[in-house]
Write a protein that binds this ligand. Structure first.
Ligand SMILES: [Cu+2]
Length: 114
């Protein structure tokens, strides 16, 4: 976790000189800051189809995910907290948020729908 954070900070600071030389417009300086602290993703309805507790993967049949530009489909996400893959089970209806985390499509938050 600590290593990942350092990598992210290093990557973000490496972007600043590039942005400054290529673009004199100071409004561009907001971009690296937003990348380091992403806004919470929008929530989407989904049904759990399969859970791989050992890998921490959850397969979800989901509605449109606007922040990822996805339509309705069934696909597998990496659970941000691997413990979630032990709590969730096939057939669970959830509202969830997904985002790209370290290059992987990740389930970043969810709540049960009754
Ligand atoms: Cu998808």
């Amino acid at each position: 976790m600590k290593t990942a954070l350092i990598t992210l900070v290093a990557a973000a600071s490496a972007l600043i000189p590039l942005a400054a030389s290529a673009q004199a417009d100071h409004s561009q300086h907001m971009t690296p800051a937003r990348a380091a602290a992403p806004a919470p993703a929008a929530t989407t309805n989904g049904v759990v189809k399969r859970v791989d507790a050992a890998r921490g993967d959850v397969t979800i049949a989901h509605d449109d995910i606007k922040n990822l530009g996805m339509g309705k489909m069934t696909m597998t996400f990496r659970a941000k907290d691997p413990a979630w893959a032990k709590k969730l089970k096939e057939g669970d209806q959830i509202r969830f948020a997904a985002d790209m985390v370290k290059g992987e499509l990740t389930l970043v938050a969810y709540e049960m729908v009754k």
